[in-house]
Design a protein around this ligand. Structure first.
Ligand code: ATP
Ligand code: MN
Length: 465
């Protein structure tokens, strides 16, 4: 028999043509049957569903069939036929089976279904083989693709921000140091401090917390840009919404004010969620059934409703009048915690909320000052179950006001001279925001812990895989 080309399980399950020979490769999910006939559920990751392989026991070597257990990797050649079983359009009548790799039933950790998410995190090297992680990883891919498509279709250019940074002016959190100096015996300056001029880059360097400052440099030349890359925060925040290494999407737009910025954020999020509904339904249905019965309704609700837009000051009034008991008390000037954000979104408005005009003290130095000299043109997009999914602002374009602000905050000018140059030479009004990619995936998949929406999570005390 002439060697057939491999067909993906997804294409077989969607194909309307039966009667032809086909070749599939994948991992055995289950094998059941009796002494005459075996049924193998085979999955190759191309789709949540398995294809059923029907094996006439008499036609095959007994030893070979014995080795086909859950987790084994096999190749099957056979005829695609209509399936008499319900719930699957087609199945394969096996003619030939080859084993690539066995998986000892005594030791294979995914022998049974229904493992806890905690246990699966301990075997993150194998968890992509579960239905749940297959679904999450396919949705994650679809969202990354849709992000690039959205921006490309709307005239944005993808700007690659550096991962190693020499400035820590952003103020978004604690940084990881990047160094090749001997930690036991670093070169010292006369005052006893470490002499980073002898380090690889000739200065102290860190892993970036955000690509925004570089995105601004790009926007003030290409008008519309976005970054999409890994960012790092060395905070010990052990929450279901924080990772030490996460991916961020940061569009930056010349000539956009805060309202244009909010319009873009809302349109962008709705586009991505609509894309998931239109392209990932198999996986969403699985997650909806197994984890979160309201998932698909919630996604539809976002697409169909306008986001509420509200000032921080009004939000504080609402929270203070709510009669709720807070873990963190609220008053004008305090940063909002997830409990406050979720109250506004889930209880008070029951819609996504975009909050604007935060006190300058709780926001970054580059945000545009309002005329009141107390608040800045910040905007946070708050989502049900997540809290903050996007943080953004209109940027301060005035050299004078920006310089005053960095002096107030004791940021050394020598660290940000290149950033200030954009305000010195051809400055322009501009805005942008950062969307945490994993927060988006949390929302779209309905998973409850951010560690379960990235293949190999990096969190405090955890970098095994
Ligand atoms: P939070 O208050 O939730 O800790 P933040 O205000 O520190 O977030 P920003 O600096 O505004 O976050 O970052 C922009 C976006 O990046 C956030 O809106 C969020 O979606 C995402 N994000 C921030 N920190 C993390 C993290 N540690 N892990 C995953 N996503 C994050
Ligand atoms: Mn923020």
């Amino acid at each position: 028999m002439e060697k057939l080309k491999q067909t993906k399980v997804r294409d077989l399950l969607r194909s309307k043509e039966t009667g032809n020979d086909c070749l599939v490769r994948g991992w055995v999910r289950t094998k059941r049957g009796n002494k005459n006939i075996n049924f193998i559920a085979l999955n190759d990751g191309s789709i949540i569903h398995n294809i059923q392989v029907v094996v006439e026991v008499a036609d095959f070597d007994e030893e070979l069939l014995k080795q086909i257990t859950t987790g084994a990797c096999i190749e099957v050649t056979g005829t695609l036929v209509e399936s008499p079983a319900s719930g699957q359009p087609v199945e394969i009548k096996a003619k030939e089976i080859k084993i690539f790799g066995t998986a000892d039933p005594e030791t294979y950790p995914l022998q049974k279904k229904g493992h806890s998410m905690e246990f699966l995190r301990e075997i993150a090297h194998l968890r992509p083989r579960t239905n749940t992680f297959g679904a999450v990883l396919r949705i994650r891919h679809a969202m990354a693709f849709a992000i690039h498509k959205y921006f490309n279709d709307n005239g944005f250019y993808y700007l690659h921000a550096p991962i190693i940074t020499g400035s820590d002016a952003e103020g978004a959190g604690a940084l990881f140091r990047v160094s090749i100096l001997d930690p036991k015996n670093p070169p010292l300056k006369p005052d006893g401090s470490v002499d980073f001029s002898e380090d690889f880059f000739g200065k102290e360097t860190k892993l970036t917390v955000s690509g925004q400052l570089q995105a601004e440099l790009g926007a003030l030349a290409l008008s519309l840009v976005y970054t999409f890359g890994p960012t790092f925060r060395a905070e010990n925040s052990n929450t279901p919404r924080h990772l030490a290494e996460f991916w961020m999407i940061e569009p930056e737009m010349a000539f956009y004010d805060i309202h244009d910025n909010m319009d873009l954020a809302e349109d962008f999020l709705k586009y991505l969620i609509r894309y998931a509904l239109e392209n990932c339904m198999d996986d969403l249905e699985f997650l909806n059934k197994m984890y979160d019965n309201e998932l698909i309704d919630r996604l539809r609700f976002i697409v169909e409703n306008e986001f509420v837009r509200l000032g921080y000051t009004e939000a504080i009034e609402i929270l203070k009048a709510s009669g709720q008991k807070w873990e963190f008390p609220v008053d004008w000037g305090t940063d909002l915690q997830a409990e406050h954000e979720r109250y506004l979104v889930e209880k008070h408005f029951q819609k996504p909320v975009i909050l604007t005009d935060y006190p300058k003290e709780i926001k970054a130095f580059y945000m545009k000052m309002n005329d009141d000299n107390k608040t800045v043109r910040a905007m946070d997009v708050l989502f049900p179950k997540i809290g903050e999914i996007i943080g953004g602002s209109q940027r301060e374009e005035s050299l004078e006001r920006l310089t005053n602000r960095i002096h107030e905050l004791n940021i050394p000018e020598k660290d940000v001279w290149w950033y200030l140059d954009t305000r010195k030479f051809g400055t322009a009004p501009h805005s942008g925001f950062g969307l945490g990619f994993e927060r988006l995936i949390l929302f779209v998949t309905g998973m409850s812990n951010i560690r379960d929406v990235i293949p190999f999570p990096r969190t405090p005390k955890n970098a095994e895989f």
